[in-house]
Design a protein around this ligand. Sequence first.
Ligand code: NAX
Length: 332
Amino acid sequence: MEPIHVVVTGAAGQIAYSLLYMIARGEVFGKDQPLVLHLLDIPPMMGVLEGVVMELADCALPLLNKVIATADPEVAFKNVSAAFLVGAMPRKEGMERKDLLSANVKIFKAQGQALDKFALKDVKVLVVGNPANTNALVCSHYAPSIPRENFTAMTRLDQNRATAQLAHKLDVSIGDVSNVIIWGNHSSTQFPDPNHAVVNIDNKSKKLSEILSDDSYLKSIFVETVQKRGAAVISARKMSSAMSAAKAACDHMHDWWHGTANGRFVSMGVISDGSYGAPKDVVFSFPVEIVGKQWKIVQNLAINDFTKSKLEATGNELLEEKTEAMAVCDAD
Ligand code: NAX
């Protein structure tokens, strides 16, 4: 089989350190799909990146045909079929959310332009670097020759966290819980929604509501635990989530590449068509089903008033981010 070219940005950072290994082992594109990995980072990180390249070689991975480490976006994005945009400016002490957004928007504008020029036109782009949803929107805006559907943002870590919380609460295996939804922004306004979750118990599929009717847990403890999980990991590890973020990035791209099982859906930040009253033309996390590498927003789920109000809040935040981001881009 011909190798495909895959780029990972922020390749010298901590998420990439786990992610590169998982991709190169075949866990995303398949155990028979050879790969050429392109690693992009900024010039001061080239020394560190060289160490990552050495370790990848020392892993002796049969699917890894070649590794290209570079600080040049033209080399990094050339002919890629899939892009993991992990690299971003981290939040420094004293930095306002606005400053962070403005620094990152410029990075994703430049990378959108580079994808437009050098990547394959059917490239699948997953944005992990924060603010992920708005970065994905900016990236797509500056890559007009690539379909907007090909730009997505990662909320899979939130989905995995939510699924793990429910499995723990019900004392079932994680594989027995599915269809938990993350709506909206990958931020503290996201809404982890357990209302459509399905649990496999005694070989029967049941709606979560049939086996767990603890409203105070589902509406407050569960939602807050998921929303604040990132902060809890930082406080314990003194560093942000990396292994779990890498695993989630693999899950996201894996399902996009190979599709979702019948009746199952996953959450992805995708360009909004206004479904469920979400604002149009922002990157909003929805439940999606995937067939033939094309995602489709799951329609006709019943939405209660509580969920509606949560969707409105996270949608408003995304509209604000979009306005700020586009102002930065226009001034750049
Ligand atoms: P690190 O700071 O360890 O690594 C980031 C890397 O990106 C660094 O090596 C840096 O030099 C590089 N970089 C900066 N600007 C770049 C540019 N213009 N081109 C290429 N590389 C560039 O951060 P890490 O822990 O790996 O996190 C990366 C990003 O993921 C952060 O923005 C973080 O906020 C975000 N996250 C997003 C998550 C999500 O669910 N969407 C969860 C995990 C994570 O917090």
